[in-house]
Design a protein around this ligand. Sequence first.
Ligand SMILES: CC[C@@H](C(=O)O)C(=O)SCCNC(=O)CCNC(=O)[C@H](O)C(C)(C)COP(=O)(O)OP(=O)(O)OC[C@H]1O[C@@H](n2cnc3c(N)ncnc32)[C@H](O)[C@@H]1OP(=O)(O)O
Length: 307
Amino acid sequence: MMVLCALRRQLLSRSNCGAWARLLQRQSRGCVYSITHGFNQDEIREKLQAFPGGSIDLLKQESGIAVLTINNPARMNAFSGSMMVDLEERVSQLESWTDCKGLIVQGSSGTFCSGSDLNAVRAISNPQDGMKMCMFMQNTLTRLLRLPLISVALVEGRALGGGAELITACDFRLMASGSEIQFVHKHMGLVPGWGGAARLVRIVGSQHALKLLGGALKVEPELGLQIGLADGVLEAEEDALPLQQAEDWLSRYTKGAAPVIRAVKKVVLSGRELPLSDALRTEKDVFGTVWGGPANLQALASKPKHK
Ligand SMILES: CC[C@@H](C(=O)O)C(=O)SCCNC(=O)CCNC(=O)[C@H](O)C(C)(C)COP(=O)(O)OP(=O)(O)OC[C@H]1O[C@@H](n2cnc3c(N)ncnc32)[C@H](O)[C@@H]1OP(=O)(O)O
């Protein structure tokens, strides 16, 4: 940390270092890897753009709920290189949308995501490029998980490989009936690299994580609920599409003023990620942003009874 601070000071003090300083600031914001780890985001972005196809689409709704759609139906929503870049851009957009309270991550055409596009994987199978792709995705998914909003992955159809890793970067997971989550990495001679293993351990505990990764087990909704990977199961309904059902499910957590919902996520996030003393200090700071705020004053004026 001291080395990082010293390097940052040194760079900021140079007269023509504006671009460097911006790069450092951008890369250190909520990210795991920055220039100090030999990670050059722009270089990797260019490499990934060489594998085009599909898109990641962001719908920002007036309700403060955003919908992020993984859209590459011809390949069961597999992630091309350009979709990895797209995802990073969409996360940046969400970081700047300060009224956003909730996010639903879904796949197009009734299935979630079949992981990395195997055509791209074959073309970048050397370890150096593979690790760069993995650092890029870890940074993006870490920023996704750290967004000050409440996110839910809506799993329809299959979530395989990198698709299974992506669902662990959301706060909650809802499984539609008949859906499956499978960390197929072992069958591909791999382990997760997008941070999916580290997050999975935190969600289901190390025993279940070892079984899911070591056995490349198929997780159906019942097992998902049992081990805590799924937070809810959506039964097929005639008058409500899965996306509507997911919005209804999420609304119990996103109802209320955006600054309060965002503050809830921030205190939970700091409790999860920081040592206790730091988490307590962060909680105090976040508390200060809502104490005496509009939602707090309105609640006090209404003399509430929490029956
Ligand atoms: C770092 C690697 C790791 C990670 O990122 O963590 C990975 O994610 S590796 C990728 C892991 N995923 C897979 O291995 C998926 C392999 N595919 C399948 O198992 C099946 O295709 C399916 C997803 C279960 C769907 O089966 P089915 O319903 O029978 O449809 P098709 O097999 O006919 O698929 C339709 C179409 O989609 C193409 N497809 C599917 N997944 C991928 C993929 N990951 N990459 C590229 N293309 C994919 C599939 O090849 C078919 O295309 P066509 O043959 O042109 O019709």
